[in-house]
Each structure stands twice: as structure tokens, then as C-alpha cells.
Design a protein around this ligand. Structure first.
Ligand SMILES: [Zn+2]
Length: 247
């Protein structure tokens, strides 16, 4: 497994966190990880390369798209498998990263404040203000928004929120935009699908390595004490074929 390489910008108890602080925290993580300017190519790969375990499985709890557990040795991010949307899933991964960076040490998450902080972090991480601001239209130029969706691999909804938060789009235009999304049924199914969600590869790769050192998958299951079906479920290729990647 790659060593854990995760910068933390912990929020203190009772500390007011301004949007500028969150933008800065997201920029710090991008810098630390040498993410080039512009869109993040693959959020899941980035987390895995920096030692964070990512798994994908069916989260059976309604309203929970993803969650993370900040174990002492290395954090685990769990993504739901049932949504199937690349843009939404990338945002989920970046949101959980936000929790790890901002709240991991204190461990208080799940309330309205920390949720919105993680959301702001995700938006800033995926769409850094200085890069995306000049590209965002102030009017409801849907073809332009669709081009940005394809370029940045984020949803139209996320782009609209970003346009409003960064002050590019007025409150009035923003409200109009959401009406249009509702009327056209785009809140349920947006146009411009981006293909399969990003796929974790690290655990699978680690198991393959383990097998080359003489420990079989069956040995591993016996020693783990976990139900085989659960492990197979976590490692299964049910989303898409995992690309082979060297870490
Ligand atoms: Zn959250």
C-alpha cells in the first residue's frame, strides 16, 4: 500500500470557517499532491495514490451516498455503487476528502455545518476558483454549461452552485436555472452523461501482489475472519473493468 500522505487542515471546535478558508484548504491539498491546474483527472486514483483506501459497494441506507472512516493507520472512503454517475460520484469522493482534511482529527461530522463545509471543499477542490471563474457563463447558456460539464467532469448542478458562490451568476439567474432543471427533469437525470464512475483499484492490486508472495485469496479470507461474500462484494468488478495501474 502507498504510505498515507494526507495533509490535514483541522477545524477547531466552535471555529467559524469562511469560504475563503475552505478554498485555501482545498488549494493546499491540491498543491501537496501536485495536482496540475484545471480539472482533476481521477479523484479516486488520487486518493488511492496517497494511501487512502476507496471501496465501492451498495450503501443500503437511504440518503447516504458515501461515507468515510478515519482509522488511525489509514482512512477508508466508501462510495455507493448504485448511482452510476461519474460526476456525482467524483463529487462524493471529494466531499469525503473534505471531511478527512477538515474534520478527520476532531471526528465531528454529519451535522449541517460540517456537511456544507465538506460540500464547499469538494466544489473548491474540483473547480478551483481562479481556474473556473473565467470560464463560467453569467447567463443561462446551457451549451456552455454542458461543455464545462464535459471538461471538468462535474454535474450541471455543481457548476450552477459554483457560478453563484463565486459571484458570477446573480441570485435571480440562479433561481431561474433551478426552475429549468426541475421543469426539464434534469434534477433527476442531467443531459451530457459522462460515463462510468471512477473505479478503485488499490485493494484489488494489493491482493494480486499478496497472491504473488504466496498467500492465496482463500488464506486471506480465512485470516481476515470476514465473510467471503462481503470481501468479494467489495472487490468485485461490478461497476466497470478496472484499469491496471502501477502505484
Ligand atoms: Zn458528509
Amino acid at each position: 500500500m502507498p504510505d498515507l500522505n494526507l495533509p490535514r487542515v483541522p477545524v477547531d471546535e466552535g471555529q467559524t470557517l469562511y469560504s475563503a478558508d475552505i478554498e485555501q484548504a482545498a488549494a493546499q491539498v491540491r498543491d501537496w499532491w501536485n495536482v496540475p491546474r484545471g480539472p482533476v483527472q481521477d479523484v479516486v486514483r488520487l486518493l488511492e495514490m496517497n494511501g487512502i483506501i476507496v471501496v465501492r459497494f451498495r450503501v443500503s441506507i437511504e440518503k447516504v451516498d458515501a461515507f468515510c472512516v478515519d482509522f488511525p493507520d489509514r482512512p477508508v472512503v466508501a462510495l455507493g455503487a448504485d448511482k452510476g454517475l461519474r460526476d456525482r460520484s467524483r463529487f462524493d469522493s471529494a466531499h469525503e476528502l473534505g471531511h478527512l482534511v477538515l474534520h478527520g482529527v476532531n471526528g465531528r461530522i454529519g451535522d449541517k455545518v460540517t456537511e456544507s463545509q465538506a460540500h464547499e471543499f469538494a466544489a473548491a477542490f474540483l473547480m478551483p476558483a481562479e481556474d473556473i471563474k473565467p470560464e463560467l457563463p453569467e447567463r443561462l447558456d446551457w451549451p456552455a454549461f454542458l461543455r464545462l460539464k464535459t471538461k471538468w467532469h462535474v454535474s450541471l448542478a455543481a457548476l450552477l452552485v459554483r457560478a453563484k458562490t463565486l459571484g458570477v451568476m446573480s441570485e435571480h439567474t440562479y433561481a431561474q436555472a433551478w426552475k429549468t432543471l426541475s421543469v426539464r427533469g434534469w434534477r433527476k437525470a442531467e443531459p451530457g452523461p459522462l460515463g462510468n464512475p471512477e473505479a478503485p483499484v488499490l485493494l484489488q492490486r494489493a491482493l494480486e501482489l499478496m497472491e504473488t508472495t504466496g498467500t492465496s485469496f482463500a488464506d486471506f479470507i480465512n485470516r481476515s475472519g470476514l465473510p467471503e461474500a462481503d470481501i468479494r462484494n467489495l472487490l468485485s468488478r461490478d461497476i466497470s473493468e478496472r484499469p491496471r495501474v502501477e502505484f
